[in-house]
Write a protein that binds this ligand. Structure first.
Ligand SMILES: [Zn+2]
Length: 186
């Protein structure tokens, strides 16, 4: 597990990954504005070219598998006209879940750079640790914690607002119930 982005390779990749992470964070913010869990992803080609940018579309498409990095990989593959993304990097704001990590194996992703760690839902540095499992057919390099503070903050704010809205709704409901009970009694 690499926590510090200063340990990225000195081949100029650091700038690319940081820049791509900024793009991914912007995509994630756009998702939050649409009421989606804010996760954004960018796929970079072997030469650092941006092949795709995507964010969560679970709610919009009624598709529980419409995770940012999965959509970004599908788009990049379609753009390259190949089911394999050899040499490509996925930059994503949150540690990939086991489903997306498995897809990264199938897409033959060379490198995964992620922002926030996800102890509950992650499948790379947590949970099944998919790439470390014996028999894993392809093991992408993993760099976690890039722009971690920004990425975690974005998620934290989103869930805080969500909880606040839920509490407000519950309060409204309980007020309604109280009113109805009072009316029933009178
Ligand atoms: Zn996922």
């Amino acid at each position: 597990m690499i926590q510090d982005e200063t340990s990225l390779s000195p081949s100029g990749f650091r700038t690319d990954a940081r820049h791509a992470m900024r793009m991914a964070l912007q995509a994630a913010q756009a998702a939050a504005d649409r009421g989606e869990v804010p996760v954004g992803a960018v796929v970079l080609g072997p030469d650092g070219t941006v092949l795709s940018v995507a964010s969560n579309r679970v709610e919009a498409t009624h598709d529980a598998s419409a995770h940012a990095e999965l959509l970004a990989m599908q788009e990049a593959a379609s753009r390259l006209g190949s089911p394999r993304l050899s040499g490509c990097t996925v930059v994503v704001t949150l540690e990939p879940c086991p489903m997306c990590a498995a897809a990264m194996v199938h897409f033959r992703i060379a490198r995964v750079v992620f922002g926030a760690y996800d102890p509950k839902g992650g499948g790379v540095e947590h949970g099944p640790r998919l790439f470390e499992r014996p028999g894993c057919l392809h093991r992408p390099d993993v760099i976690g914690g890039v722009r971690e503070t920004e990425a975690s903050r974005q998620l934290r704010i989103f869930f805080q607002k969500l909880r606040q809205r839920q509490t407000e709704r519950l309060t409204d409901v309980s007020h309604g119930v109280q009113l109805a009970e009072r009316n029933a009694r009178s």
